[in-house]
Design a protein around this ligand. Structure first.
Ligand SMILES: *[C@@H]1O[C@H](CO)[C@@H](O)[C@H](O)[C@H]1NC(C)=O
Ligand SMILES: *[C@@H]1O[C@H](CO)[C@@H](O)[C@H](O)[C@H]1NC(C)=O
Ligand SMILES: *[C@@H]1O[C@H](CO)[C@@H](O)[C@H](O)[C@H]1NC(C)=O
Ligand SMILES: *[C@@H]1O[C@H](CO)[C@@H](O)[C@H](O)[C@H]1NC(C)=O
Ligand SMILES: *[C@@H]1O[C@H](CO)[C@@H](O)[C@H](O)[C@H]1NC(C)=O
Ligand SMILES: *[C@@H]1O[C@H](CO)[C@@H](O)[C@H](O)[C@H]1NC(C)=O
Length: 830
C-alpha cells in the first residue's frame, strides 16, 4: 500500500501542480455536457478532501477513472468507475450526455463504462460533493437529498465505505449495493477476493467473505451492536446505523466530526476494518478490525458447538450434545462439530434451554419477525418441528428469530452476549430437572453441613480459647507463687496450697445450698470435704477484690502466715479466672452467736467457758493487733465471726478481709465502710475512721453480749429505749450490774467478781471516745489481773436511734442499713 501510495503520489505530483494552476481560474467541482474531463484533468470537491480524475494504480500503466483523497492521505483511491475495464492509454475521456448519462470512452470513442439513469433530466450536471459522492443531477436542483440525484457513485461502492454511503439493498427496487470487494491486487482495482457486506438471506447479518466462503461474521444487528462485536460502541467520531425494514436493509455511518477523515475498507491482504486518519502521524490508524481471535473464524467449532476463547480447548459441545467424531475432537479438529445425544422429534415435552452470553448462530438460513415477542417466538418455534433454536432479534427484548437445523458459528462471551434458546429433547429436560433437584438438595446439604462445621469450629475455638485462658491464668498464678516462694519464704518454709477449682467445686458439691454454712458480707461460706476426707470451710468471695492477682496472692499468703490458737487458720486458696476462694479449717461447733443467743444452747456455755472464750478472743485480737508481724485491724468483729472448735476454743475468723479488699491501711479514713451495726464504733460508722480502737469497741460489745446473752442491737427493755450498751451503762451507773448477767449463768464455776470484771472491761472497751478505750494488751492484762480498773465513761451508741441521729449529718440512710447480722459494706459518698 505504501509503495502504491508512493507511486500514485509521485505520478500525480506533477499533474496536481499543473492542474491546480489551471484550476485557479476554473475551480471546477461540476462539469456538464460539452465540457468533458480528459485524462490529466480533474475536479476537486468543496473542502478539497476529494479529487476525481484518471489514475494508474501501483505499477500499472492502465488508466482508471476514480476518486481519491486530496487534502489528507493524498492519492489514496476511494472509488473506481471502471474497475473491470481500464483505459489502456491516456486517451480516456469522461463526458456526460444530455440524458445525464456518464460515459467513459477511449481514444477510438469506444464507451468502456457508463452510468444509467431512470429519468431524463433537463440540463444535467455532474458534481463531486464534499462527501466524496460523485453525482449527476439537474443543474437547477439545489437539493442535497440523495433521492434527488439521477445517479450517484455512493450507490456503486468499490472497496471503500465513506461516511454517508449506504451498504445494503433495497427490497423494492432490487438495487443491491450490499457488498464491497477488495481490489484484485495493488495494480488492479478489479473485483478481488475479500468482501464485506450484508447477507440478507435470513435475518440480515454482516459478513466478511473470501471468495464464496464466509471468513467471519460480525453477525446480525441486535439493536445496539452486532452479535459478534460485543466491544463495538457508538463513539464521538461517527454514528453507525443498521436499518432493517420491509423496504430496505442497510448499514450506514454518519460522521459526527466533519474534520475527521475515516473510511471502512477491505484490501487485498484480507484486512477488513475501519481506518481513521491521524493528522499527528500523517497515517491511517486502525479503528476497528473485523475478526479478533480464533473464535471469530467462521465455524471454527463446527455445528452445534460453541467457542470460548478463555477455555481450553476453546471448543465445546452444548449440554446434551456430544462430539460427532470424538477422535477428531480429541485431535482438536472440531470441524465436524457436535450432535445431539437425544434426537428431537417434535414430541410432547420438548422444550428450550437458555444459553446466556452467546454470539447468535449464522442467520443465513433463519426466519425472523421483528414485531413478535419472546413468548410467541417460543411457541412458534415449538410448533415447527425443524426449528432448533430461537432468540430475540433485539437484545432489548423484542423480535423473533428462528433457526432450522444445525446451529453454526456460535461463541460465548464473558459479557455483552445474547440469550439463545436451544430446543432440547423431553428426556434431556427431564434429566435436567432431576439434576437440578439433586443439586438443590446437595447445595442445601452442603450449606447445612458447612453451618454445622462452622459452629463446631466456633465451639472448639471457644473451648480452646477458654482452656488457653485458663492455662494462661494458671501459669500466671503459678509464676506469681513461685516468685513469691523464691524471694520470700525460703527461710520460713511456708506452704500455701493452691487448690484447683475443680477440687473445691467437687468438695462442696458444686457449691450446693445444702453445704452453705452462711452468707458473709464477702460471699457465701460452704462446708466442703476434701478428697482426703478433711473437712474445710470454703469462702467464695463474691466481690471483686479491687486489686491485681499478684497483690491478692501476696495478701492471702500474708494472712495465711498468721498462726494463732485463737485464729481460724487459712489452709489455702483457689484462684481461677474470676473465682477467688479461701479455704479455712472447719469448725464443727460453728459460731459463737449460735450458742449465746440460743435459749437452749446457751446453757452449754457455763461461766468458765464464757470467761475462757472472752480471754481467747482477747488473745487472738491481741495477736492480730500487736504480736503478728502485720498489724491487722479486723473491722468486722462480731459473735458470728467467732468460731468454736470442738473443744469450744474460740477462733476469730474473717480477719484480714479488709486487707484483702481494701489495701493495708492501719489507721485511715476509708471510703469503704466494712462492718456490722451493733458492733461498729461510732467514729467508724459515722466518719469511716478506723483504728485498733474500733476493733476494741467491737470486742467490748462481744464481751457484754457473751455475759448478758443478749444482742446489743435489737435489745429491748420495758423501762428504757437503750440498746444493750445503754442498758449495761444504766445498770452500771445504778450499781446493779449483776442484773446484766445471763439468767442461764446460774452455775458457780467462777466467782461473780470475775464476771463483773468482764462487764467492767467490756464497758471500758465501748467508751465513746477511742482514746479512752484501752488497747488489747491492757485488755488482756485487765481480764487476767487483779488490779483495780478505771471507771468507764459513757459508751458510744448506747441508744438504738443514736446512730441515725448522729449519722444524719453524713450520708447514712436508714434504708442502707442491712439486717444486723449481715456484714455491711458501704461506699461513703463523701
Ligand atoms: C491493508 O490494510 C491494512 C490496514 O491499514 C494494512 O496494514 C495493510 O498493509 C493493507 N494491505 C495492503 C495490501 O494494502
Ligand atoms: C478502445 O476500446 C476498443 C474496445 O476495447 C478497442 O478495440 C480499441 O483499440 C481501443 N482504442 C484505443 C485507442 O485504445
Ligand atoms: C444500467 O447499467 C448496468 C450496468 O452498468 C446495466 O446492467 C443495466 O442494464 C443498465 N440499465 C439501464 C436501464 O440502462
Ligand atoms: C473534531 O476533531 C478534531 C480533531 O481531532 C478536534 O480538534 C475537534 O475538537 C473535534 N470537534 C468536535 C466538535 O468534536
Ligand atoms: C410478525 O408478527 C406480528 C405479530 O405477531 C404479525 O402481526 C405480523 O404479521 C408478522 N409479520 C410477518 C412478516 O410474519
Ligand atoms: C422446516 O420445515 C418447514 C415446514 O415446516 C419447511 O418449510 C422448511 O423448509 C424446513 N426447513 C429446514 C431447514 O428444514
Amino acid at each position: 500500500m505504501r509503495r502504491k501510495l508512493g507511486g500514485i503520489t509521485i505520478q500525480f505530483a506533477y499533474l496536481f501542480i499543473v492542474l491546480s494552476t489551471i484550476r485557479i481560474s476554473t475551480a471546477v467541482d461540476t462539469f456538464s455536457p460539452g465540457k468533458p474531463i480528459k485524462d490529466g484533468e480533474s475536479i476537486v470537491s468543496p473542502g478539497q478532501l476529494y479529487e476525481l480524475g484518471f489514475f494508474s494504480p501501483g505499477s500499472s500503466t492502465r488508466r482508471y477513472l476514480g476518486i481519491w483523497y486530496k487534502r489528507v492521505s493524498t492519492g489514496t483511491v476511494v472509488w473506481v468507475a471502471n474497475r473491470e475495464v481500464p483505459v489502456l492509454d491516456k486517451s480516456g475521456v469522461l463526458s456526460i450526455t444530455d440524458q445525464g448519462i456518464l460515459q467513459l470512452s477511449n481514444g477510438t470513442n469506444h464507451v468502456l463504462w457508463s452510468s444509467n439513469v431512470t429519468r431524463t433530466p433537463r440540463n444535467p450536471v455532474a458534481q463531486l460533493l464534499e462527501s466524496g459522492n460523485f453525482v449527476v443531477k439537474e443543474g437547477s436542483d439545489s437539493s442535497t437529498a440523495q433521492s434527488s440525484y439521477l445517479w450517484q457513485s455512493f450507490d456503486y461502492p468499490v472497496d471503500t465505505l465513506l461516511p454517508g454511503m449506504k451498504l445494503g439493498m433495497n427490497f423494492v427496487t432490487g438495487a443491491d449495493s450490499s457488498f464491497i470487494y477488495s481490489w484484485k491486487s495493488l495494480d488492479d482495482p478489479a473485483k478481488g477476493d475479500i468482501g464485506f457486506g450484508i447477507d440478507s438471506h435470513g435475518f440480515p447479518q454482516l459478513l466478511v467473505t473470501k471468495g464464496p466462503a464466509i471468513e467471519y461474521r460480525l453477525g446480525s444487528f441486535n439493536g445496539l451492536r452486532y452479535t459478534g462485536t460485543p466491544r463495538l460502541q457508538q463513539n464521538l467520531i461517527y454514528k453507525y446505523t443498521f436499518e432493517l425494514n420491509e423496504k430496505e436493509v442497510y448499514y450506514h455511518v454518519d460522521l459526527l466530526n466533519q474534520s475527521i477523515a475515516t473510511r471502512y475498507v477491505v484490501n487485498t491482504s484480507g484486512f477488513s476494518g475501519r481506518l481513521v486518519w491521524k493528522d499527528e502521524t500523517q497515517s491511517w490508524a486502525i479503528y476497528y478490525q473485523a475478526g479478533e481471535d480464533q473464535c471469530d473464524n467462521y465455524k471454527t467449532c463446527g455445528p452445534n458447538a460453541k467457542c470460548n476463547i478463555n477455555d481450553s480447548p476453546m471448543c465445546s459441545c452444548f449440554e446434551g450434545f456430544e462430539p460427532k467424531s470424538s477422535r477428531d475432537w480429541d485431535l482438536l479438529d472440531w470441524s465436524s462439530g457436535c450432535v445431539r445425544k437425544d434426537p428431537i422429534d417434535c414430541r410432547r415435552g420438548e422444550g428450550f434451554v437458555k444459553h446466556e452470553g452467546m454470539k447468535l448462530p449464522d442467520t443465513s438460513m433463519s426466519w425472523y419477525n421483528q414485531s413478535m415477542n419472546l413468548q410467541d417466538c417460543e411457541q412458534l418455534c415449538s410448533k415447527k418441528c425443524n426449528c432448533t433454536a430461537y432468540a430475540n432479534t433485539d437484545i432489548r427484548g423484542s423480535g423473533c428469530v428462528l433457526w432450522y437445523g444445525d446451529l453454526v458459528d456460535m461463541r460465548e462471551y464473558t459479557d455483552r452476549g445474547q440469550d439463545l434458546y436451544i430446543r432440547m429433547s423431553a428426556a434431556y429436560l427431564e434429566s435436567l430437572r432431576r439434576q437440578s433437584k439433586a443439586r438443590k438438595r446437595k447445595r442445601i446439604a452442603i450449606i447445612i453441613c458447612s453451618i454445622i462445621f462452622v459452629m463446631l469450629l466456633l465451639g472448639l475455638g471457644v473451648i480452646l480459647y477458654r482452656r488457653r485462658r485458663k492455662v494462661k491464668a494458671r501459669e500466671k498464678i503459678k509464676r506469681i507463687i513461685d516468685k513469691y516462694y523464691n524471694t520470700n519464704s525460703r527461710s520460713e518454709d511456708l506452704e500455701l496450697p493452691i487448690f484447683q477449682f475443680g477440687i473445691i467445686s467437687k468438695a462442696t458439691d458444686h457449691f450446693s445450698d445444702r453445704n452453705e454454712l452462711g452468707k458473709g458480707g464477702f460471699g457465701p461460706v460452704y462446708k466442703g470435704t476434701l478428697p482426703d476426707g478433711k473437712e474445710v470451710a470454703v469462702k467464695r468471695l463474691s466481690m471483686d477484690s479491687g486489686q491485681g492477682l499478684e497483690e491478692f496472692i501476696n495478701e492471702v499468703i500474708l494472712i495465711a502466715k498468721l498462726q494463732h490458737r485463737n485464729l481460724v487458720s487459712l489452709l489455702g486458696c483457689c484462684i481461677e479466672e474470676d473465682e477467688r476462694i479461701l479455704v479455712y479449717e472447719y469448725m464443727s461447733n460453728k459460731s459463737l452467736d449460735c450458742f449465746i443467743f440460743d435459749q437452749s444452747k446457751s446453757r452449754i456455755l457455763d461461766s468458765r467457758m464464757r470467761i475462757n472464750i472472752i480471754d481467747g478472743i482477747a488473745r487472738g485480737l491481741l495477736y492480730l493487733h500487736q504480736d503478728s508481724r502485720l498489724r491487722i485491724i479486723h473491722r468486722d468483729l462480731k459473735t458470728s465471726n467467732i468460731l468454736l472448735d470442738k473443744d469450744m476454743v474460740p477462733k476469730i475468723s474473717d480477719f484480714g478481709m479488709a486487707r484483702i479488699f481494701g489495701g493495708n491501711q492501719t489507721e485511715a479514713n476509708t471510703k469503704r465502710v466494712v462492718g456490722t451495726y451493733g458492733y461498729m464504733a461510732p467514729e467508724y460508722a459515722v466518719d469511716g475512721l478506723f483504728s485498733v480502737k474500733s476493733d476494741i469497741f467491737s470486742f467490748g460489745v462481744i464481751v457484754l453480749e457473751i455475759v448478758s446473752g443478749s444482742k446489743n442491737r435489737g435489745f429491748s427493755s420495758h423501762d428504757h429505749m437503750h440498746n444493750l450498751l445503754g442498758h449495761a451503762w444504766k445498770l452500771w451507773t445504778e450499781g446493779k450490774m449483776l442484773e446484766l448477767i445471763d439468767n442461764n449463768l446460774d452455775d458457780s464455776s467462777v466467782a461473780v467478781s470475775e464476771i463483773v470484771r468482764c462487764i467492767h472491761v467490756g464497758l471500758l472497751c465501748v467508751q465513746q471516745k477511742p482514746e479512752d478505750r484501752p488497747n488489747m494488751s491492757s485488755v488482756v492484762l485487765m481480764l487476767n489481773g487483779e488490779s483495780s480498773l478505771p471507771q468507764p465513761k459513757q459508751p458510744g451508741f448506747f441508744t438504738e436511734r443514736e446512730i441515725f441521729e448522729t449519722g444524719s449529718s453524713s450520708s447514712y440512710q436508714k434504708s442502707a442499713v442491712s439486717v444486723n447480722e449481715i456484714t455491711m459494706t458501704m461506699l461513703d459518698a463523701r
